[in-house]
Design a protein around this ligand. Structure first.
Ligand SMILES: Nc1ncnc2c1ncn2[C@@H]1O[C@H](COP(=O)(O)OP(=O)(O)OP(=O)(O)O)[C@@H](O)[C@H]1O
Ligand SMILES: [Mg+2]
Length: 553
């Protein structure tokens, strides 16, 4: 489907509001057109020295403008509401789509680029659409009505007047493509700016620590310059349109006055008719100039909507197979059968021929050098990624046939890099079991040895943890992640370097709780620490994506 049709389908979802706006716009246009014959009647009454008739037509003019004002109020209110409906819908569609995209999307795409679509492009669509609905739509029908009336008044003059829309069409044809490309490039470079800003805010410590401030400034200058150039290109197209339309207006008016004077001399037209005709011309020009902006605004919307639809069209790489079934509880036997895995086509293979059987309740430790593929291997169990060859079975079932939701429900992960959300301690632990009671949360926190720390906080479990747990130490964040797993109580547990950032004392306390956490669950422990390796029934060592050796612990 074309971007424009697809975007229109979003407007079509709110037919009633859109049609109501259409009717109101018609009313506004009728009021605008009526001012021409009204002025003619007023001038005529003046000429006839008929005061009563003049008062009548003046009052009628006020009535028409009062109606127009009320109609304009209704149009503005409805337009805002329609635009907000469309934007909310678009934003929700985007967000829910992003929730369903697989991790490879997040690996491969700069987050700033995605954010800029969610924020900048949606904002651009909102502002532009508001301008179109509020300012411009009311002008769309006015010229049509005016031309009909002007044709009725004097068709010869009106044919000459048509020079303006003709010039406009020629101008628009050329500018349309330039405008769309310039808008698209401007949006893309805004995305680049968003990415760069985001990286610099997140990486502030590195920038300061390595004294990169000036280098980053230089880089920003380059990106900013590119953005400015794109916007300047867009501005040039806008700048050409308005003065040329104005020129067309002046030329048409001069020609009309010249010809009209000949008509007045020959008696074909009265001065009152000429004045009201010129008012009609004047009223015609303004909407035409506004409508000329419509082209620019449409191109802007299409450029931004194109980027939104591009995101919406991405398909998640890991999805439920048709007929995928749900698992409730499993015994926890896990088999890797000749599993090969590669992140992207152009990268080297991260895992090769992984063959492994883990028995229910077994604790298996994975060691190996950094980059050996330990995290990658365990990430395949909840299907964060799918192997390129081979398969993984849980209780003898290929995980590709199990519904993603139920598969992930039976697996608890304490990842290498803890992610916290900017809520309270309670919110962050409850992630393990949405809707858990405070009592359950406290029990989990006690087991993860974070309860005492939380109780020292000013609002206890209701204390905010800051963005990604900014107010906490690495060890405290990890213990929150462990508490989530106690709360989730999964059949399969994955612990990725959970004690790497803990001091000896915290590690001891965690070890005590781990003994309870690991009871009767199949567990993968990625670690180099002897204390943790001791908990394992078996230790495997990965080397460059292959299992090097097995050892009983
Ligand atoms: N998201 C990703 N996209 C592309 N390549 C990746 C990605 N994550 C990891 N890799 C690559 O896959 C290989 C295995 O990485 P992995 O994170 O599994 O190593 P690891 O054994 O867990 O290392 P560490 O002990 O440092 O955590 C590495 O060569 C790495 O460069
Ligand atoms: Mg790792």
């Amino acid at each position: 489907m074309k971007t424009s049709d697809r975007f229109l389908s979003y407007i079509a979802m709110y037919k009633l509001k859109a049609i109501s706006i259409g009717f109101i716009v018609m009313l506004i246009s009728i009021c605008a057109v009526m001012s021409v014959p009204l002025l003619e009647r007023i001038i005529e009454s003046m000429g006839n020295k008929d005061t009563n008739s003049m008062i009548f037509w003046l009052s009628m003019t006020i009535v028409v403008y009062v109606i127009r004002s009320f109609a304009a109020y209704a149009q503005i209110t409805l337009s805002y509401s329609l635009v907000l409906d469309i934007i909310t819908n678009l934003r929700m569609d985007l967000f829910s789509h992003l929730q369903h995209l697989s991790l490879d999307f997040y690996d491969n795409r700069e987050s700033g680029k995605t954010l800029s679509v969610l924020l900048a492009d949606i904002q651009m669509i909102r502002l532009t659409l508001t301008e179109i609905f509020i300012k411009i739509f009311r002008h769309v029908l006015t010229p049509v009505g005016l031309v009909a009336y002007l044709l009725y008044m004097n068709y010869k003059l009106t044919i000459i007047l048509m020079i303006i829309p003709l010039m406009m069409t020629v101008l628009f044809k050329k500018s349309r493509v330039i405008m769309r490309n310039a808008s698209r490039k401007a949006s893309e470079s805004s995305g680049q700016i968003a990415s760069f800003f985001q990286e610099n805010i997140r990486g502030a410590k590195v920038v300061k620590g390595f004294g990169l401030e000036n280098i980053q400034m230089q880089q920003m200058k380059i990106i900013n310059h590119e953005n400015v150039e794109c916007i300047k290109k867009e501005a040039r197209v806008i700048a050409i349109q308005d003065p040329f339309l104005f020129l067309a207006h002046v030329i048409a008016s001069v020609i009309i006055i010249g010809i009209a004077s000949a008509f007045i001399i020959s008696g074909e037209m009265t001065p009152a008719e000429l004045i009201s005709y010129l008012l009609g011309v004047f009223l015609f020009i303004d909407p035409i100039r506004e409508i000329s902006k419509l082209n620019i605004l449409f191109q802007r919307i299409l450029a931004s909507a194109g980027r939104v639809f591009e995101l919406l069209d991405l398909k998640p790489s890991v999805i439920d197979k048709p007929g995928a079934f749900a698992l409730n509880h499993v015994k926890g036997k896990i088999e890797f059968q000749k599993v090969d895995f590669q992140y992207q086509d152009d990268r080297s293979q991260s895992l090769t021929k992984i063959d492994l059987v883990v028995h229910p309740g077994e604790i298996i430790a994975i060691t190996g050098e950094s980059g050996a593929g330990k995290t990658t291997m365990v990430n395949l169990i909840p299907r964060f990624y799918d192997p390129i060859k081979g398969c993984i079975l849980v209780d003898g079932q290929n995980i590709r046939g199990i519904s993603l939701r139920s598969l992930r429900d039976i697996i608890g992960i304490v990842p290498q890099e803890t992610i916290l959300f900017s809520g309270t301690f309670q919110d962050n632990i409850a992630i393990g079991k949405p809707g858990a009671s405070l009592e359950e949360i406290e029990t989990a926190a006690k087991l993860a040895n974070i309860h005492d720390f939380v109780m020292q906080q000013p609002s206890k479990y209701h204390t905010l943890v800051g963005e990604n747990g900014a107010f906490l130490s690495e060890g405290q964040r990890q213990r929150i992640a462990i508490a989530r797993c106690f709360l989730k109580n999964p059949d399969i547990l994955i612990l990725d370097e959970i004690t790497a950032s803990l001091d000896e004392n915290s590690e001891k306390l965690i070890m005590n709780s781990l003994n309870r956490l690991l009871e009767k669950r199949t567990t993968f422990i990625i670690s180099h620490r002897q204390s943790l390796l001791q908990l394992a029934d078996r230790v495997i060592c990965l080397d460059n994506g292959r299992i090097k050796n097995y050892a009983e612990s």
